[in-house]
Design a protein around this ligand. Structure first.
Ligand SMILES: Cc1cc2nc3c(=O)[nH]c(=O)nc-3n(C[C@H](O)[C@H](O)[C@H](O)COP(=O)(O)OP(=O)(O)OC[C@H]3O[C@@H](n4cnc5c(N)ncnc54)[C@H](O)[C@@H]3O)c2cc1C
Length: 345
């Protein structure tokens, strides 16, 4: 089937589905309220399923050119003692900066497909005449709110994330689990290290107004040398702070001629590092279905059937990991358990 699609939002999901639809012979218009894609910085791990999706979208080779192969990653306790190790080198996983991924997604689209500085404010005559509307407009999606007025709002996870990049390179990736807080350090490229901290909001109760660098030094200052390396490099490097939310399960990702993809459908805690990956898979599955099926109705039903359950499981797993990794009680027992599991696995 061929037709005309309106995509709301030019983040990872919206740009990716535009690629897929163009490959299927669809006419595509992407409307984005910002003047450029939403680069909130940092590194993204692209796991195997998302690399397969990128290959199907015709973008895998360009992403591999700009990405690194992730090295061995270690889960540690604050003293630096390893609790468990993950070795992603045997899979086709890649590590890429968000800005590089967005650049690949934008560069490959013909001029004029994305209309920047063009917010969608409602559905009226201006949005009629499209065979399908794809809501790729993120966690606070207007398409979701107007198409599923009964859907619950995003729910706070009770955690806050800080992140950024500092000059210098570390050799291994570590994620360190302490009481109520974690700290991650990842090599990003030859000259840059990406870091993130995720902590319970209750730890911030008496620290309102404190600047971010001194707050992070207070909370993580006595952790092992890789964390200390980042903390020493923090002044002047820029820190992004955001409270974390995820989205309660929707009964469907499609209604009428509208479909939700990416965070609009299944925003999740960042702890499994899967939000962008799932967005790419959504885009590939939806575009392929719209190209292959005879009607929009059948294509959207196929997309919903393929993607809703798996993504709900990832949302749930991410939420559980967000809680467990930032547990304020029994963190000692938790770390013992992980160490035992790590040595068995
Ligand atoms: C702290 C943090 C760390 C993360 N780390 C990782 C990670 O390591 N790995 C990973 O895979 N994922 C990670 N994620 C998740 C990942 O960032 C998201 O899942 C992914 O960016 C979702 O892409 P999206 O295109 O669905 O939404 P978004 O990136 O939110 O894009 C939505 C777009 O829609 C636009 N828009 C919104 N409303 C309108 C409107 N009315 N009209 C027009 N345009 C509109 C917005 O401006 C935006 O450009 C992380 C998230 C956070 C918060």
């Amino acid at each position: 089937m061929r037709g005309k699609a309106l995509v709301v939002g030019a983040g990872i999901a919206g740009l990716a589905v535009a690629h897929g639809l163009l490959r299927e012979g669809w006419e595509v218009e992407v409307r984005e309220r910002r003047g450029s894609p939403p680069d909130i910085g940092g590194a993204l791990g692209l796991w195997r399923g998302s690399m397969v999706a990128l290959d199907r979208l015709g973008l895998g080779a360009r992403v591999r050119e700009r990405a690194e192969r992730p090295r061995r990653a270690v889960i540690a306790d604050p003293s630096g003692r390893a609790l468990a190790m993950v070795d992603p080198r045997r899979t086709d996983a890649r590590l890429i900066s968000r800005s590089s991924l967005l650049a690949v997604l934008v560069e490959g689209l013909p001029e004029g497909v994305v209309r920047w500085n063009t917010p969608v404010v409602g559905f009226d005559a201006d949005t009629e005449g499209f065979d399908v509307v794809v809501g790729a407009d993120g966690i606070h999606s207007l398409v979701r709110r107007t198409t599923f007025p009964e859907a619950a709002d995003p729910r706070p996870l009770g955690t806050v994330a800080y992140r950024g990049a500092v000059p210098g390179r570390v050799e291994a990736a570590t994620e360190t689990w302490g009481r109520g807080r974690i700290f991650g350090v990842t090599p990003l490229d030859a000259h840059t290290t990406y870091w993130f901290a995720c902590l319970r909001t209750t730890l911030l109760a008496d620290r309102r107004g404190q600047d971010e660098v001194s707050l992070l030094r207070e909370l993580y200052g006595d952790w092992h040398p890789m964390v200390a390396f980042v903390l020493d490099a923090l002044p002047g490097a820029g820190v992004d702070r955001r409270e974390l939310y995820d989205l309660p399960a929707l009964a469907s990702y499609v209604r009428g001629r509208r479909a939700l993809i990416g965070d609009a459908a299944h925003a999740m805690a960042p702890n499994l590092g899967r939000g962008a990956c799932e967005s790419l898979i959504d885009a590939s599955v939806l575009a392929t279905a719209l190209g292959a099926e005879r009607t929009v109705h059948r294509a959207l039903a196929h997309y919903d059937g393929r993607r809703r359950r798996p993504t709900r499981r990832v949302v749930h797993g991410s939420r559980v990991l967000n809680r467990v990794s930032t547990a304020v009680r029994l963190d000692g027992q938790r770390n013992h358990l992980i160490r035992a599991l790590g040595s068995v696995l």
